[in-house]
Ligand binder design. Structure first.
Ligand code: EPU
Length: 419
């Protein structure tokens, strides 16, 4: 298994181009199953999660071609069964359920298990499908969803932890070809949901209200092929902002949508960093001295759970006591014990991390447990004395395109050791 060696200390400066969003690209690629016609998707990041999605589409019968960041999919004839050996690699595989149900009136997908960030149920996705008239059965580790026809309906997708992003995507995709009007209350408002809605509309769907808590979908008889460019990855951008905050002189992010990152920008400004924005770029002036903060993760437009681990890394060396509460995935703290092995002083109290900033972190061998946790360990390594050895880097390759090369281009010293 590859590992990454992060040599602590170098200051970062320069500019970096942000890739297309993983969490937009995955459901958008799944949505190409909604039409027989060809779809062309640009700015698709080169990530292992994207490769898994393309494998699933191919398994389902689609013809898939990839040329650098552009993926062409034509799902002329499809099958409806996505098996365990592909699905288990990526939870986002569940987002083929909506399009398959919509187009073929049935879908069987191996049930995603839990993962290190917590239990990951799909009850809200299934509740949404049921409102549209579908039934489901769980058998032999698979969920089979089926309907003789789908009818528009009102459904509420708000759960115990707020809205569901992929659940909203799935129900929206199931509703686009349903008979009549569907109203999704308690919808997720993440920019990735808006991106998917824009793609669906480009295919001929009638979706309104994406980006708000109420999405209205008027069913149409069929969808056609479309071309679409995926939005910039706000979490990759946020991660680079934190890298710049940790060890930056002046770092500029190119091809970014600052409005998608407002809560992260606000938090970093409150922590004392100077950030300049244009419509498509962000510049952070690192001053090496951040202030402690209290933060809580929330569904969009609140502070993203996908940035929580990175902030733990930043606050590990910030004077004073910072407090981060995780409201979306209350168990998402696997990075904490690894950061503590590097000398961080973090106390977990339920879903809250209380971080007492320390003067120094020391490089150590650490284990990546999930995507954002691994990013946090790389960020901690940038500010640690000596070398941090991040093992199991396949986690980081799931969601960051060449993070080592991009950070090195800014002046970091990161080596990838091939197994
Ligand atoms: N939930 C339910 N029932 C459901 C679905 C979700 O109780 O049927 C709960 C979850 O357990 C969680 C909360 O609702 O407590 C929010 O989960 P959500 O469904 O929004 O998560 P997701 O759609 O499965 C996406 C991203 C995650 C990101 C979350 C929250 C993709 C592919 N994944 O997951 O991204 O953390 O939204 O913003 O879009 C990542 O990129 O590292 C990542 C984990």
């Amino acid at each position: 298994m590859d590992k990454i060696l992060v040599h602590g200390g170098p200051r970062l400066s320069g500019s970096v181009r942000i890739s297309g969003s993983k969490n937009s690209a995955l459901p958008i690629l799944a949505a190409t199953l909604l039409t027989r016609e060809q779809c062309v998707i640009h700015h698709v990041p080169d990530l292992s999660d994207v490769h898994y999605m393309l494998q699933i589409l191919t398994h389902l019968g689609a013809e898939v071609e990839r040329a650098s960041g552009t993926v062409t999919v034509q799902a002329g004839k499809i099958t409806t069964n996505a098996p365990y050996d592909i699905v288990r690699k990526m939870r986002a595989s569940v987002c083929v359920l909506g399009p398959l149900l919509s187009r073929a009136k049935e879908a069987t997908v191996s049930l995603p298990g839990g993962c290190v960030i917590g239990d990951r149920p799909i009850d809200l996705h299934l509740k949404g499908f049921e409102s549209l008239g579908a039934s489901y059965r769980v058998e032999a580790g698979n969920v089979k969803v089926f309907a003789s026809r789908l009818n528009g309906a009102v459904c509420n997708l708000r759960g115990k932890f707020g809205s569901t992003v992929l659940g909203t995507d799935n129900v929206m995709m199931a509703a686009v070809l349903a008979e009549g009007t569907t109203v999704i209350e308690g919808a997720a408002a993440e920019p990735e949901v808006v991106d998917l809605a824009n793609f669906l509309n480009a295919m001929g769907a009638k979706v309104e209200g994406a980006g708000t808590r109420r999405i209205i979908v008027e069913g149409v008889a069929e969808l056609h092929g479309a071309e679409h460019a995926v939005i910039p990855d706000r979490i990759e951008a946020g991660t680079f902002l934190v890298a710049a905050a940790i060890s930056g002189d002046q770092v500029t992010l190119q091809r970014v949508a600052p409005s998608h990152l407002q809560s992260v920008i606000d938090a970093l400004r409150k922590a004392g960093f100077l950030i300049h924005t244009t419509e498509t770029s962000l510049t952070l002036h690192g001053n090496g001295a951040s202030k402690s903060l209290e933060l809580a993760t929330e569904p969009y437009p609140g502070f993203p759970t996908d940035m929580q681990a990175q902030m733990c890394a930043l606050f590990s060396r910030t004077d004073g006591i910072s407090v981060i509460t995780e409201n979306v995935f209350p168990q998402r703290f696997m990075h904490v014990s690894e950061l503590k092995r590097m000398g961080a002083a973090i106390q977990l109290e339920g879903a809250t991390a209380v971080i007492q900033g320390v003067e120094r972190l020391s490089g150590a061998p650490v284990m990546a447990s999930d995507l954002r946790a691994s990013a946090a360990l790389v960020l901690a390594g940038l500010q640690a004395d000596g070398v941090t050895e991040v093992n199991r880097v396949y986690h980081i390759d799931r969601g960051y395109e060449q993070i080592d090369e991009k950070l090195n281009a800014l002046g970091a010293q990161i080596e990838r050791v091939k197994a």
